[in-house]
Design a protein. Sequence first.
Length: 148
Amino acid sequence: MKIIKLTENLIPDFKEYYAKYSHEQDESFPPVDDFTINENDPVYLLVNGKEIRGAAALMLHPEYREVRQARLRMFHAADGDYLSYLKLLNSILLHTHGLTSIYGFIEDNYSHIAKIWEDLALTPEDLHGCLSGIIQKISRQIFRQGMS
């Protein structure tokens, strides 16, 4: 599986993925009918061939940037695998320069996913993970993997 940036022709597929899996997280901000690719709404997809298997979508609108935060529209991997989530997280971190936190929500009954979020240094209830903590934890994880 690999990460790709959302393209205009994949927007309908992203919306379909969101509709299928957003009930596991926060459904407050579905991609609107006229959703387009722009710097305030970066979206990355985890794909296996042509099939979407995960999505990381940030909202970086001015009201969030003013308080140095980003809000997750979606952070989900269909396989529920730690490495899938790590790939998705690494993709959105490219857009977090100058921010202090990322937040989002997950439903209580998805404790296995909440555990993965915690392992990524994210707090599942309101995902107020400090980016420096996330980056440090990922750096330690990558270093450990490189040493084995």
